[in-house]
Write a protein that binds this ligand. Sequence first.
Ligand code: NAD
Ligand code: TYD
Length: 332
Amino acid sequence: MKLLVCGGAGFIGSNYVRYVLNERADDSVVVLDKLTYAGNRANLADVSEDPLFEFVMGDIADATLVRDLMREVDAVVNFAAETHVDRSILFPEEFIRTDVVGTFTLLEAVRDLGVPRYLQISTDEVYGYILEGKFTEESPLDPSSPYSASKAGGDLLVLAYYRTFGVPALVTRSSNNYGPYQYPEKLIPLFITNALDDLPLPVYGDGRQVRDWLHVLDNCAAIDIVLREGAEGTVYNVGGNCELENIGVTRAILAEMGKPENLIEYVDDRPGHDIRYALEIDRIRELGWEPSTDFTEGLKDTIRWYIENEDWWRPLKDRAFREYYEKQYGER
Ligand code: NAD
Ligand code: TYD
């Protein structure tokens, strides 16, 4: 199969590209990525010489470019998005442009060219939060942030293109991922890299919000099985069965790193902060998938990866990141 992987230079996308090139000997991959602050060629350094891999820098909202790239592909997997909730609160416009208009641009090309398969990587955040029980794929969408609202817009467009035009599309909605190559603005890599520098770990509000943690390689396996075996027009929840309060994750990081709890700093809560996410995953289980990484082990491996790959993350905490961080928290 020849895959076009949009957003393949980001965290999950780059792990997925590596997964496909390792696991699927007959597949080739073209990555289309705009290389925003979150996109990084270094994420794909180890596959860059592979003859079955090609990189194209560009925007999913560029209709001419995406049509050119789609002419001979068997499937499109769309990871490309603006992804950080806090940034969406500060600068929402780019989220609408990429997550909604970019997705629309891809769908139009898929429809016109008759591309045989399209998989949209969506998120559990489109459901909003749930205090008890779990979201099924039939739960109504009720997003809270500009990020989750823009992702819901893209997600619903995909389902509408299936229903209206018969575009052969599927959607995964996964819970919070963690693992190697995650940009150090998200909770786990931010806290690991701050702890390495003995900087404060800013816990929002009371830290009692719950996220369901999924190792990125488990998500890659789920994405791959849905791409190849999922039913068209269908949404698949992908959860880790691992609900933890943020403060619990924070303490686990500090304990594993041998750092003191007085690095924890409670800061103002995120506006519109979702209290709890939880997913029912029976549908994807029927495809033979289960999350298989134990969180304690996965976290240990992730911490080790950040310790061993300081050359990767240190430049990312550079001027652009600091500017954003200081805008949010003030100078330190
Ligand atoms: P990321 O921010 O690490 O990477 C996003 C990638 O998309 C980057 O390489 C960036 O350069 C690229 N990109 C952004 N705008 C683009 C555009 N207009 N055209 C082309 N490329 C563009 O994100 P991630 O954490 O890897 O998330 C990937 C996908 O998975 C996203 O769609 C996200 O909503 C979804 N998701 C993420 C999580 C998570 O925990 N990280 C959970 C559920 C769903
Ligand atoms: P994040 O990694 O931004 O993912 P999402 O908002 O998409 O779930 O945040 C995970 C949780 O951690 C979320 O409840 C917000 C919280 N959080 C903090 O408490 N402090 C931080 O500095 C960050 C980035 C997140």
